[in-house]
Design a protein around this ligand. Structure first.
Ligand code: PRP
Length: 176
């Protein structure tokens, strides 16, 4: 079976939306230091492009890697921490940066995991939100790049069988 890639969100649209998100975040955290936590691997492109737009003297970066058991299209809800934070977040303003929120299970788990460390504040920023797929209903991101329909998307950090993460746009894979 062959696959065809359609562009859902172009590279220009992503970069333009990032300018807007960065302005919002700058305003909301004015005069404060902020720790951006990237959830690997999908969040990495978004984190890098976002961090470059924020004041370098007030931004710290940290990384977590979690996995959910399931096949490449679905997550099962069982979350495992593969890599935890390097630095403590107690009393810090934390913004978690994700590529996509689907069922909300990953974020729900991370919320509990991070809140237990008593940050000064904790907010969520996602490039893509797929609200139709939400299972954990009370997971509402504070910053959303784009709300998208329930389609299999890839690129700009998101993979298909671990490939395609380097695409500068968000694509939809259609089976032919
Ligand atoms: C994706 C994405 C989120 C999670 C969202 O990660 O980066 O972490 O799934 O799904 P949920 O809302 O249903 O929990 P994935 O497990 O594909 O790992 P990756 O980022 O390393 O590709």
């Amino acid at each position: 079976m062959s696959h065809k890639l359609d562009v859902l969100i172009s590279a220009e649209e992503i970069q333009q939306r990032l300018d807007e998100l960065a302005e919002e975040i700058k305003k909301d955290y004015e005069g404060k230091e902020l720790t951006l936590i990237c959830i690997l691997k999908g969040g990495v492109m978004f984190l890098v492009d976002l961090a470059r737009r924020l004041p370098p003297d007030s931004i710290e970066l940290d990384f977590m890697d979690v996995s959910s058991y399931g096949d490449e299209f679905k997550s099962s809800g069982v979350i495992k921490v593969d890599k935890d934070l390097k630095n403590p977040i107690t009393n810090k303003h934390v913004l978690l940066v994700e590529d996509i929120i689907d069922t909300g299970r990953t974020l729900s788990y991370l919320q509990k995991h991070l809140i237990s460390q008593k940050p000064a504040s904790l907010k969520f920023c996602t490039l893509l939100d797929k609200p139709e797929r939400r299972v954990v209903k009370d997971i509402i991101p504070d910053y959303i790049g784009f709300t998208i329909p329930d389609k299999f998307v890839l690129g700009y950090g998101l993979d298909y069988l671990q490939k395609y993460r380097g695409l500068p746009y968000i694509g939809v894979m259609m089976q032919e």
